[in-house]
Design a protein around this ligand. Structure first.
Ligand SMILES: C[S@@+](CC[C@H](N)C(=O)[O-])C[C@H]1O[C@@H](n2cnc3c(N)ncnc32)[C@H](O)[C@@H]1O
Length: 259
C-alpha cells in the first residue's frame, strides 16, 4: 500500500464509523491484497460521500417539489405576480384595509416585489411607494427602489433622505434573513431585522400610522410584542393562509402610532 492509499484507508476507517454499523466487514479482512483494500477504500469512500449528497439533495428536492406544487406559487405564476408573498398581503388587506389613495408606504425586504406591486396600485397618483431590499429588484412602475442592506447606516440614511421632509403612513417589513435551519441562529437574526423596522417606523410614521411586520414565534416574540404595544394603540397578529402552516412566521399589525 503506498502512502496515499494508506492515508485514504486510515482516514476512511477513522471517519466512517457507520461502515461498521452498516455491516461492512470488508475493511477488517487482513488477507486481502493491498490493491483490493485500496480499491475498496476508495469505493466505499465514494459511496459514503454519495449517500450524504443524496440525503442533502433529497431535502432540497422535496423543498423544490413542495415549492412548485404550492397552490400560491401556481396562482402567482398564472396571475403574473412576482411572488407568492403577494397573497399574504392581499389577505391581510382584505381584512384590515390598510391601503388608501395618497398614502406614503415603505416596503422593507421588498424583493422580488409582490407587496410593492400590489400596494402601489392602491395608492393612486398622489401616493408614494418606496421599496428597499438587499437584493436587486426589477423596476416596478411608480415605485422608488433602494438596493442595500437595511442593517447598514448608509442605507438607512439613503431612505431617510428620500422620505424627508415627508412622513410615512405605513411601513411594511417582510424582511427575513437567510435561514440556516437552526432556530437559535435564525430567530435572533430575524428579530434584529424586526427591531430595525420598528426603529424606522418610530422615526418616519405620521401619528396614527401603521406597521406590518413579519415575526417568528420563539424567543424575543413577547418582548417585541410588548414594545409594539408601547408605541401603537392596537396590535393584532395575522397568519394569512399563504403563510405555510409549519412555518413559525406570523405578521404583527400595529396601528395607531403614537408620537
Ligand atoms: C420573504 S422575502 C420578501 C418578499 C416580498 N415581500 C414580496 O412580496 O415579494 C424577504 C426579503 O427580505 C430581504 N432581506 C433580508 N435581509 C435584509 C436586509 N438586511 N436588508 C434588506 N433586505 C433584506 C431578502 O433579500 C428578501 O428579498
Amino acid at each position: 500500500m503506498n502512502a496515499n492509499e494508506r492515508r485514504c484507508f486510515e482516514s476512511f476507517a477513522a471517519s466512517t464509523p457507520s461502515c461498521e454499523n452498516a455491516g461492512c466487514s470488508l475493511l477488517a479482512v487482513p488477507q486481502l491484497p493491498v490493491f483490493s483494500l485500496a480499491f475498496i477504500c476508495v469505493h466505499l469512500r465514494t459511496e459514503f460521500t454519495n449517500l450524504i449528497r443524496m440525503a442533502r439533495s433529497k431535502s432540497s428536492k422535496s423543498w423544490l417539489k413542495e415549492h412548485f406544487d404550492d397552490e400560491y406559487v401556481l396562482r402567482a405564476q398564472q396571475e403574473g405576480y412576482r411572488s407568492r408573498a403577494i397573497y399574504k398581503l392581499m389577505e391581510i388587506e382584505k381584512k384590515d384595509r390598510l391601503l388608501r389613495p395618497g398614502m406614503t408606504v415603505i416596503d422593507l425586504g421588498a424583493a422580488p416585489g409582490g407587496w410593492s406591486e400590489y400596494a402601489v396600485r392602491k395608492l393612486g397618483d398622489k401616493g408614494r411607494m418606496i421599496a428597499l431590499d438587499i437584493l436587486p429588484m426589477q423596476p416596478i412602475p411608480d415605485v422608488e427602489i433602494i438596493e442595500g442592506d437595511f442593517r447598514e447606516d448608509a442605507v438607512l440614511d439613503k431612505l431617510m433622505e428620500l422620505i424627508r421632509p415627508d412622513r410615512a403612513d405605513l411601513v411594511f417589513s417582510d424582511m427575513a434573513p437567510n435561514m440556516s435551519g437552526v432556530g437559535a441562529v435564525d430567530i435572533p437574526r430575524s428579530y434584529l431585522l424586526a427591531e430595525l423596522a420598528l426603529d424606522l417606523a418610530q422615526q418616519v410614521l405620521k401619528p396614527g400610522g401603521a406597521l406590518l411586520v413579519k415575526l417568528f414565534q420563539g424567543d424575543g416574540f413577547d418582548d417585541y410584542h410588548k414594545d409594539l404595544k408601547s408605541h401603537f394603540n392596537k396590535v393584532v397578529m395575522r397568519k394569512p393562509k399563504a403563510s405555510r402552516a409549519r412555518s413559525r412566521e406570523i405578521y404583527a399589525l400595529a396601528t395607531g402610532f403614537e408620537l
